[in-house]
Design a protein around this ligand. Structure first.
Ligand SMILES: Nc1ncnc2c1ncn2[C@@H]1O[C@H](COP(=O)(O)OP(=O)(O)O)[C@@H](O)[C@H]1O
Ligand SMILES: [Mg+2]
Length: 315
C-alpha cells in the first residue's frame, strides 16, 4: 500500500540484471502509485528497457523482487496490462483494425469485440480512413499509432510504453501526450521510458532517473526539482548600498538586476534586510528549478550530456 492507502501499481526492490558479466541494471528500486503517470528518464543504454522487461516478466531478474498490480507473477495479471515494446512491429499483411483486435486477443479480449473496438478507436483517433488498410500500406508513424491503440484495446489498468515518442512527428507526439493524460484521468496507470526531459517534465507525476543501471532518484517530480535551490531574480532601484551585504556571496548582477539561489533561510529574512537597507525593490521573483537542472544535479553532467546526444532510434 502507498502512504495514502492506494495500492502500488508497481513495486520493485533491488532489481539486478547482467548480460555476459556486464551489469545492465544494478539494484533498481521504484514504486509506481496506481493512477500515476510515471517516467523512466535516462540516456541510451541506461537500463530503461531492461528494467521495463523485468517488471513485465519478459525477462527474469538475477536478483530483486517486483510486484505488478499486487501480484508476484506478472503473467497472472497479463490481461490487465498493455505494453508497447521499443521494437515496434505488426504483421504487415493485417488490416489496421485486425491488428488491434489481434493484440487484444493476446490479452484475453474476444476477437469480435476487439474488431468492433479497433474500428471505433481508429475512428476516434482520426485514423478512420486506415481501418481497412494493411499495415504495410501505412507510414511508420501511422503503424506505430495503430500499435499504440492495440496496447489499449483490452482497457488495461496499467500501460507500459517503452520510448513511445520515438518515431513520431511533433504533431503525433502532442496527440500521444494528450492520450496519456486521458488514460490517467480515467484511472489507468501509465509508465513510460524516455530520453527526452521535456516529455517527462510535461507529463509525469513521478520519475525514476536512471543512468548506468542505477536509479539515483525515484519519486515525485517536485521533490526532484527541490534538490536544487530555486533562483531569485531581484530588481532594485539603487545599484549599490549597504543592503548588498544581505545578498548571498554568489549573487551575480547585470546593472540593477540580481540573480542568486534562494538562501536556506528562505526569502523573508532577505526581504527584511533589503527593505531596512532601502534597496528599493522594483521586482522580485522566485523560479523553481526545471527538471533538466535537477537531472544534472542528481545524475551528473555526463549523464545529462548523454541524454541530449542524438539517440539511436528504434527500428
Ligand atoms: N539482451 C542483451 N544482451 C546483452 N546486452 C544487453 C541486452 N539487453 C541490454 N543490454 C545492454 O544493457 C545495457 C542497458 O540496455 P537497455 O536496457 O536497452 O538500455 P536503455 O533502454 O536505457 O537504452 C546496454 O549497455 C545494452 O547494450
Ligand atoms: Mg531502451
Amino acid at each position: 500500500m502507498t502512504g495514502n492507502g492506494r495500492p502500488w501499481a508497481i513495486e520493485a526492490r533491488g532489481l539486478v540484471k547482467s548480460f555476459d558479466g556486464f551489469t545492465a541494471v544494478d539494484g533498481v528500486d521504484l514504486t509506481v502509485p496506481e493512477g500515476a503517470i510515471y517516467g523512466i528518464l535516462g540516456p541510451n543504454g541506461a537500463g530503461k528497457t531492461t528494467t521495463l522487461r523485468m517488471l513485465l516478466g519478459i525477462i527474469d531478474p538475477d536478483a530483486g523482487v517486483r510486484r505488478l498490480l499486487g501480484h508476484d507473477r506478472p503473467h497472472d495479471v497479463s490481461h490487465a496490462i498493455g505494453y508497447l515494446p521499443e521494437e515496434r512491429g505488426l504483421y504487415p499483411a493485417m488490416k489496421a483494425y485486425e491488428a488491434i483486435a489481434f493484440m487484444g486477443a493476446l490479452r484475453g479480449l474476444p476477437l469480435a469485440e476487439g474488431r468492433r473496438r479497433g474500428k471505433a478507436m481508429l475512428e476516434e483517433h482520426g485514423l478512420g480512413y486506415a481501418i481497412d488498410r494493411q499495415i504495410r500500406q501505412l507510414s511508420k508513424g501511422m503503424a506505430q499509432q495503430v500499435q499504440l491503440l492495440g496496447t489499449l484495446v483490452h482497457q488495461p489498468r496499467l500501460v507500459v510504453f517503452d520510448e513511445p515518442f520515438s518515431g513520431l512527428d511533433a504533431l503525433n507526439q502532442g496527440k500521444l501526450e494528450r492520450m496519456i493524460r486521458n488514460l490517467a484521468e480515467q484511472g489507468t496507470t501509465v509508465i513510460f521510458s524516455t530520453h527526452v526531459i521535456a516529455h517527462a517534465e510535461r507529463l509525469c507525476d513521478e520519475v525514476a532517473i536512471i543512468a548506468g543501471g542505477k536509479v539515483p532518484f525515484a519519486g515525485p517530480v517536485d521533490v526532484a526539482r527541490d534538490r536544487i535551490p530555486a533562483q531569485v531574480r531581484l530588481e532594485t532601484r539603487h545599484a549599490d548600498g549597504a543592503w548588498r551585504k544581505a545578498l548571498p556571496l554568489e549573487a551575480r548582477h547585470e546593472g540593477n538586476h540580481w540573480f542568486f539561489p534562494l538562501p536556506d533561510t528562505g526569502i523573508e529574512p532577505l526581504l527584511r534586510a533589503l527593505i531596512e537597507g532601502e534597496a528599493g525593490i522594483l521586482s522580485l521573483s522566485i523560479e523553481r528549478a526545471g527538471l533538466h537542472d535537477a537531472f544534472v544535479a542528481i545524475a551528473g553532467e555526463a549523464a545529462a550530456r548523454a541524454l541530449e546526444a542524438p539517440q539511436e532510434e528504434a527500428a
